[in-house]
Write a protein that binds this ligand. Sequence first.
Ligand code: AMP
Length: 226
Amino acid sequence: MALNIVLLGSPGAGKGTQAVQLAGARKVPKISTGDILREAVQSATELGRTAKAIMDRGELVSDDVMIGIVRERLARDDARAGFILDGFPRTVAQAEALDAILADRDPLMVLDIAVSPDEVVRRLGARRVCGACGAIFGDGAAAAVCPTCGGTLVQRSDDAESVVRERLKVYARDTEPLTRYYRERRTFAEIDGAQPADEVGRAVSEAVDRLQAVARQSVDDAGVKA
Ligand code: AMP
């Protein structure tokens, strides 16, 4: 049974942190569409040049572009045994495309990490990332250099408060309908993201075990019917 996981949650819900931990613990790749776009911006590819302006406004890159990126990434060998998708899908159109891409693969498990908008604004205001190694620090505002590699800590340009408010508006408009799209599935779970990160991690891990059992059962049931 492949571990095909989508992590949903607003900006600042802790998706990225949980995705890194889960990918490490379960030995499957973390696929973050935000990271893929930021790398494209860094290396100034055509995708990067188009995406930068959109990202700086807190808006979404087009569904066609994002679906193409994810389709190609999920076709690689290292995603055969599973993956953690972080930041995709973000619209119902992307979710429908993902279902089509995964039609002949094991069931998708969806975890939604829920946090209130006020908490998100507070968290992202304090978030810093290391410009050298990419490490994320939830309360990095207190430090100037990365404790891991000594690189300079910076605020992501889209973590400025005005951009965060726009990202939350976009999230409510385009991404919350996704929760409705997935909510009725037996392989959907909501996690309380307001808890301390290690407790969220425990809840995520338990939910993955539970959803994996449900997914396995649904594959067995389908096999019996066929
Ligand atoms: P993130 O790191 O996931 O918060 O993504 C940062 C920015 O990249 C978002 O605000 C969007 O502009 C863009 N982005 C990332 N993933 C997607 C996606 N699945 N669809 C559209 N835009 C995306």
